[in-house]
Design a protein around this ligand. Structure first.
Ligand code: GLN
Length: 206
């Protein structure tokens, strides 16, 4: 193991990946990242954000995350890092945070943005609070990933730069644009670390 005095970006084999720890299922992502070969860190303050090579935005409640990001002075630093090319992966509420535009959000709700897509909050949730379903994801081998959908959003539409990686029931549920990855569902809750491994691989190549 390397020591904390070594800069985050120099540990190429086990990159230091932050988990935005304002709210949501932070612990599950920390565990999944470790299992996928990364060195995870919690990120709550701008100084902590500056020390990570990449970031995961967990599931939770995007309206609360938006509020806390503003209170903690993180919203603009997050936007700056994403614009500068930092790899980011958002699950569920994290997907909402990475959308350039959202539907059914709160009036004062802000997103970080990064993917040219329109995401509808609670889109699956209105029909079905929570369900699981197999999802085939482009770039992931050995069969479908078990998608855990909890009051999940879906992607209403994507712009030219964004690539649809998975659909379920006719709706887009996984998207990538450059170094930014987002899923409607929660791979961190399943013990299947293939999506986190895909992200760690994106970080290694960035
Ligand atoms: N419905 C939540 C939101 O709007 C997302 C739910 C989740 O992350 N599981 O943020």
């Amino acid at each position: 193991m390397t020591t904390s005095s070594i800069p985050a970006t120099s540990t190429a084999d086990a990159p230091v990946i932050g988990v935005l720890a304002l709210q949501g299922d932070v612990r599950e992502h920390l565990a999944a990242l470790t299992a996928a070969g990364a060195t995870p860190r919690q990120v709550r303050r701008p100084e902590e954000l500056a020390e990570v090579a990449a970031l995961v935005i967990p599931g939770g409640e995007s309206t609360t995350m938006s509020k806390l990001a503003i209170i903690f002075g993180l919203l603009e630093p997050l936007r700056d890092r994403v614009r500068a090319g930092m790899p980011v992966y958002g699950t569920c509420a994290g997907m909402i945070m990475l959308a350039d535009k959202i539907l059914d959000g709160r009036d004062d709700q802000e997103t970080i943005g990064g993917i040219d897509m329109i995401v509808r909050r609670n889109a699956f949730g209105r029909q079905n609070e929570s369900f699981e379903a197999g999802v085939d994801i482009q770039g992931i081998e050995d069969g479908p990933v078990e998608g855990v959908f909890i009051r999940a959003p879906w992607v209403e539409s994507v712009g030219g730069g964004a690539e649809v990686l998975a659909t379920f029931d006719g709706h887009t549920v996984a998207v990538r644009q450059g170094n930014v990855l987002a899923t409607s569902f929660h791979p961190e809750l399943t013990g299947d670390h293939r999506v986190h491994k895909l992200f760690v691989e994106m970080v290694r190549r960035a």
